[in-house]
Design a protein around this ligand. Structure first.
Ligand code: CA
Length: 232
């Protein structure tokens, strides 16, 4: 599993060092230079882990973490602090940080913390067993962790895209009309939208999971009826 990691840090040298060390370990890394940028990315791309500096221009790390947890995001977050009073705040406020390191820290220490957090949070997705994982070709849908992989690579889906995929893939070959999918999604999030919205979400979903979205092999269009996940 190639874990995706977001580093939120405005100090160029620190960010570069962390980015380099993570890339050496084989992680896919994205760097955000401000709290706002980090929050935006973390909320929409759902990285596997976030390294979050407390001191950022504008929205600070505490606020980013508070808002991120407010969206229901559960990925591990490792907070970088500069002083003891920030450590106290990380612990005392119970903002949902999973670990922290005080600057200056060694990159080796950071890597070992990150490995431990990833292991604790995800184990090895490829080995996940039981009915909570749906596989078709090289697509792996982990229903419990709400994660999708293709060919060992993590695919970041929005909650709506995941729900559509989950419903379709849970019953391969079963055709769902757009209205039906919309009803199912209404239970999940307040979608005050019409059936065309489903087409847009399916189109985004295909762009992420299909090799050629115009020739889908997973999420199929059933003309005049709706969508179905490919039957074996
Ligand atoms: Ca900083």
């Amino acid at each position: 599993m190639t874990a995706t990691i977001l580093v939120v840090e405005d100090e160029h040298a620190v960010a570069r060092g962390i980015e380099y060390a993570l890339a050496q370990e084989g992680y896919a890394v994205t760097v955000a230079r401000s709290g706002e940028e980090g929050l935006e990315y973390a909320s929409h791309q759902a990285p596997d882990l976030v390294v979050l500096d407390v001191r950022l221009p504008g929205m600070d790390g505490f606020e980013v973490l508070r808002r991120l947890r407010g969206t229901g995001a559960k990925m591990p977050v490792l907070v970088l602090t500069a002083r003891d009073d920030e450590v106290d705040k990380v612990i005392g406020l119970e903002l949902g940080a999973d670990d922290y390191l005080t600057k200056p820290f060694g990159l080796r220490e950071l890597m070992s913390r990150i490995r431990a957090l990833l292991r604790r949070a995800y184990g090895d997705l490829a080995n996940a067993a039981g009915g909570r994982v749906i596989r078709h070709r090289d697509l792996v849908i982990d229903l419990e962790r709400r994660r999708v992989q293709r060919g060992g690579r993590r695919i970041g889906l929005t909650p709506t895209e995941f729900e559509i995929l989950r419903h379709l893939a849970s019953r391969p070959g079963r055709v769902y009309s757009r209205g039906e999918l919309l009803e199912l999604l209404r239970d999940y999030e307040a979608l005050d939208q019409d059936e065309k919205t489903i087409n847009v979400h399916v189109s985004h979903l295909r762009e992420k999971i299909e090799d050629d979205p115009s020739q889908p092999v997973f999420v199929l269009t059933v003309r005049g009826a709706g969508y179905a996940f490919a039957d074996r």
